[in-house]
Design a protein around this ligand. Structure first.
Ligand code: NOJ
Ligand code: CA
Length: 515
């Protein structure tokens, strides 16, 4: 594989998920916003990521933290104004950072003017923009786990919603909906955004028979199981639109189906998604057997150059990496080495580079009806309370150990998780093998996961020890420790042992490709 064939920017960068409410506050009201984010762009540049994915900032009643949108082409005053978004695009671009918006095609808010019209009467011209039925079926919704149908007293029919009742699903079979949503994409593409993360894109097509699904009887929700051919047609339309724009705009889909093979289908014949999330690794416990299987499955299903993998170990819907891996800092750091050295584009959820744990909420501080507040807590910037969030207390409590894990504290500690991420991202940028090279599993002790990344004359070996005991890892030739998750022995010869919970990136002694 020639590196020169792979100049596409989105294969070469790590993408950082900004959850704007909790990133940085520009006006002291306790809620993160666009001016706050703009003021911290240099932090992201120094971290070494190449693109930002911005979770929704559109006007919204915030029943689902902005994933319930009532205007697709404006900014909620909580986050700023359209002019702030324009400034964010230009300030990001000045620093060589790409900006991706969150596109939510499956549903709007029930306060969106389209739905207000649609529910006004059965003969309203927008009635068919949503999915109305006289009788519900057994489909189950996510977040509250209740029925996916809500009775509308005014117009005497049920409407469909795969999420909260305040998030009615759009009818993508209606060409006017398709056109309106294409116009939304054009609006942002014309303003210069570099692409979109597309929310639950596998949900836009629905089973046209609306038959009961036996899996809902077993407790599954439609979001986990919906997988209809029509979603692919919708995607091909979005891809055609995006491909008309210059500059490699990208579509990254959230395909929330727990099967890598099914996820792979959403790349189409290079005419659907450019990349898709793949959640089995995010669900996996910190276990070498499970990760080995997940990675082999990705290599099997997404091995073609046209289907480029992604790697995400957390996001705003799940517990943080450190909380899921038992609170261990050593495991969290080892996971960072794995995340940033697999073949594909890695996603870093804000605050994971600080090894934050989930925040604790109680009946008074709880916000999300789906119980997902833990990973959504504000980032501690400064050591001292209120950690760079001037004025009122932020909208959620800070995560545990906010002083010790604050950006300010970690910047000056050479062995901090923040500095480990900076080092890893630097090495990725410097090494074609780490960014674009092929992936080959290496024989090792069963508690180790070892692989080789290789591109032309550049090569790295990665070894992750999942065990609480040290293990030998035998290699021929002489190797240098380029990155160690605990920062021990970097730039020293590799002595053939991997410490408990340690992960290493090795380069061959004398290699021209040092970083
Ligand atoms: C997936 C998003 O990540 C999640 O936060 C949201 O609740 C649902 N989609 C509905 O938009
Ligand atoms: Ca604010």
């Amino acid at each position: 594989m020639s590196a020169t064939q792979n100049l596409t920017w989105w294969k070469n960068v790590a993408i950082y998920q900004v959850y704007p409410r909790s990133f940085a506050d520009g006006n002291g009201d306790g809620i993160g916003d666009l001016p706050g984010l703009i003021a911290r762009l240099d932090y992201l540049k120094t971290l070494g990521v190449g693109a930002l994915w911005l979770s929704p900032v559109y006007p919204s009643p915030m029943c689902d933290a902005g994933y319930d949108i009532c205007d697709y082409t404006d900014i909620d005053p909580l986050f700023g104004r359209l002019a702030d978004l324009d400034q964010l695009i230009s300030e990001a671009h000045k620093r060589g950072l790409k900006l991706l918006m969150d596109f939510v095609p499956n549903h709007t808010s029930d306060q969106h003017p389209w739905f207000i019209e649609s529910r006004a009467s059965r003969d309203n011209p927008k009635r068919d923009w949503y999915l109305w039925r006289d009788q519900p079926n057994n489909w189950r919704a996510s977040i509250d786990g209740g029925s996916a149908w809500t009775w509308d007293e005014g117009s005497q029919q049920y409407y469909l919603h795969f999420f909260l009742p305040q998030q009615p699903d759009l009818n993508w079979h209606n060409p006017e909906v398709v056109e309106a949503m294409h116009n939304v994409l054009k609006f942002w593409l014309d303003r210069g955004v570099d692409g979109f993360r597309i929310d639950v894109v596998h949900c836009v097509g629905k089973d046209p028979t609306f038959a009961d699904d036996p899996r809902c009887m077993a407790g599954e929700t439609m979001v986990q199981i919906n997988d209809q051919p029509y979603s692919h047609e919708v995607l091909r339309g979005l891809r055609r639109l995006v491909d008309h724009y210059p500059g490699d705009r990208v579509l990254i889909g959230e395909v929330n189906i727990r099967s890598t093979a099914r996820v792979a289908a959403y790349y189409g014949a290079s005419d659907e998604l450019h990349m898709s999330f793949n959640f089995p690794p995010l669900d996996a416990p910190w276990d070498p057997v499970v990760f080995r299987l997940c990675i082999r499955e990705v290599e099997r299903c997404l091995g073609e150059q046209s289907a480029w993998p992604t790697w995400a170990l957390s996001n705003h819907d799940n517990s943080r990496i450190r909380s899921r891996y038992g609170g261990s800092l050593a495991r969290t750091n080892a996971a960072a080495v794995m995340l940033l050295s697999l073949r594909g584009t890695p996603f870093i959820f804000q605050g994971d580079e600080l090894a934050l744990e989930d925040t604790q909420v109680n009946a008074q501080t709880r916000v999300d009806p789906g119980g997902r507040d833990g990973s959504r807590a504000p980032l501690p910037w400064l050591a001292q309370t209120p950690h760079g969030w001037s004025g009122t207390a932020p909208w959620l409590p800070f995560p545990p150990e906010a002083e010790a894990l604050a950006v300010e504290t970690q910047e000056s500690a050479s062995d901090s998780t923040l500095n480990l991420y900076r080092r890893l991202l630097h090495c990725r940028r410097e090494s074609t093998a780490l960014r674009l090279g092929d992936w080959q599993e290496l024989p090792s002790h069963p508690q180790l996961l070892a692989y080789r990344r290789h591109c032309e004359d550049d090569e790295r070996i990665v070894c992750i020890n999942f065990d609480a005991a040290e293990h030998a890892f035998v290699l021929t030739g002489e190797w240098i420790v380029e990155v160690a998750s605990d920062r021990h022995g970097e730039d020293q010869p590799f002595a053939g042992l991997v410490a408990a919970h340690q992960a290493l990136i090795l380069r061959q002694k004398g290699s021209a490709h040092e970083c």
